[in-house]
Write a protein that binds this ligand. Structure first.
Ligand code: ZN
Length: 289
């Protein structure tokens, strides 16, 4: 085992041991549980895997906090960790480096979230909490393959995750009900699942790739397209430059606001917290009836 995962696993082992001690688990059970390792490729997948794994398996994420998810590059150690993992959870098509490493390492147990990302071209399925709940059940099934004794625990954890994600979805549905049909102008087209789930019309100034800036002609075309639609706010991603969004907003006489694609997670941030911030930004920024 290479140094990085060993360190991660040591930390996780400590956490698992603490949990088990608190639950009164025996030493034998502790040994059993310590061995199962899950590697995820991006934060939203890590969030789901950690919730389902509970204290039974350790989850390590390939994308460091704050790093670029789409353009992730892997160290040789990380490539190796994919071959050593008991279960890999990834989204094929999102991160070319991970796809290539998986081809090379061919781990025995893999959960690919791709079936949950069926909007054409848009990988950001995790912005629809119900799809995240579905991933939770897929991860429970994957973990059960490698650790059949944990089946009931994984299943129960996926159920609890589904409950909390369903509650989050209900909150969005109710809060955005008056906004149905509103135009959601975003700097990049990363919010297709959010728009589709809650009845909004997404108009992206640029395409899906956060690294591609739109041409001035494209910006003019989009301004023309949304003028007269009552747009009050242009949403941009916290990690990208607000310059394009600001120019665009000026042209429209609108303001700007941050919307998280929930890929980069800072200290103290997590999936439910960022979704709540998104909901607040949408409630205050969209034109709702
Ligand atoms: Zn993205």
């Amino acid at each position: 085992m290479n140094p990085l995962p060993r360190k991660l696993f040591a930390t996780a082992l400590l956490a698992a041991a603490t949990t088990l001690a608190a639950c009164g688990g025996g030493a034998a059970a502790q040994e059993d549980r310590a061995g199962i390792s899950v590697v995820t490729s991006s934060y939203p997948l890590e969030f789901v895997a950690a919730a389902v794994a509970g204290g039974r398996a350790q989850v390590a994420n390939l994308t460091p906090p704050g790093a670029d998810t789409h353009g992730l590059e892997l160290s040789p150690q990380q490539v190796g960790s994919l071959g050593e993992a008991d279960l890999v959870v990834h989204l094929s098509g999102l991160q070319p480096a991970v796809d290539a490493a998986l081809d090379q390492q061919a781990p025995a147990h893999v959960v690919d979230a791709a079936p949950l990302a069926d909007l054409r071209g848009d990988p950001h399925f995790w912005l629809d909490p119900r799809r995240m709940a579905d991933l939770g059940h897929d991860v429970a099934a994957g973990l059960t393959e490698v650790d059949p004794a944990g089946a009931a625990e994984y299943d129960a954890a996926a159920g609890r995750l589904e409950d909390s994600l369903t509650a989050l979805d209900t909150e969005f549905t109710q809060a955005l009900e008056p906004c149905r049909g509103a135009t959601l102008v975003t700097s990049h087209e990363a919010f297709g699942y959010l728009a589709a789930r809650y009845g909004l019309q997404q108009v992206g100034i640029a395409g899906i790739d956060p690294h591609v800036e739109p041409t001035p002609a494209r910006v003019r075309d989009v301004v023309d397209a949304v003028r007269g639609r009552g747009v009050r706010t242009v949403f941009f991603e916290a990690t990208t430059s607000p310059a394009v969004a600001e120019t665009f907003a000026d042209d429209l006489g609108a303001g700007t606001s941050v919307l998280h694609p929930v890929e980069r997670v800072g200290t103290g941030q997590d999936y439910p917290g960022l979704l709540h911030e998104n909901l607040e930004a949408l409630r205050t920024g969209l034109t709702c009836g």
